[in-house]
Design a protein around this ligand. Sequence first.
Ligand code: KIV
Ligand code: NA
Length: 257
Amino acid sequence: MKVTVHTLQKKKRNAEPIVALTAWDYLFAELIDQAGVDVVLVGDSLAMVALGHPTTLPMTLETMLHHAQAVSRGVQQALLVCDLPFLSYQESPQVAFQVAGRIIQETQAQAVKLEGGYSAMVDTVSFLVQRGIPVMGHLGLTPQSVHQLGYRQQGKTPEAAEQILTQARALESAGAFSIVLEHIPKDVAAQVTQSLTIPTIGIGAGPACDGQILVTADLLGLTSKQPPFAPPYLNLRSKVQEAVQAYSQDVRQGKFP
Ligand code: KIV
Ligand code: NA
């Protein structure tokens, strides 16, 4: 059965953990969807993972649409969520609505995700939700703010933790259906999770979140820069290298074909 935003609310009520992964193309989208994940996110981390940029900031709306369309062709069951890329939505709720609307219309994504919980973003979430677009929030380490935050863990002081909690509550009140909590202390994530009726999805935020998300390339050990909080489930990088070396050797020695 197709996963919807309501399925996720129900999972939180029933204390069933939510499983989420990212995808950037048809091939991996189909694989992880058929393996039974609940949520597929077309994360703008694809700018780094699939396109080789140093940050997520160079991601454009057109590139995002291109990847989200490919992912969408592979996803049958999971809830499909697409990131709003940097510069495409921050200016105003109206601009964000046009961009989110294009994503929903042109990719068949069921929801969008945006970063941040200051009042401007809370207003934007409310504007989109009131016009029929489900929004996932994203707090803690928000990579589109890398030049303000770095890639450091967030929410480490009591004041910073309190701010995350306040912003999470504000996003919930604005109508967000879920919130990603990235790279914050596990106690802070636990407190946010207990305080909200909408599900939290953690990445580097400990076990108390209502669900977990990883960048699929990190899960599979495909990236050269593995984040400290995401030990790979497979070392696919070395498996790929072994296969390429074996093939090269066979071709060079006249054993293949
Ligand atoms: O872009 C991304 O992959 C994300 C997840 C890490 C939540 O936003
Ligand atoms: Na992202």
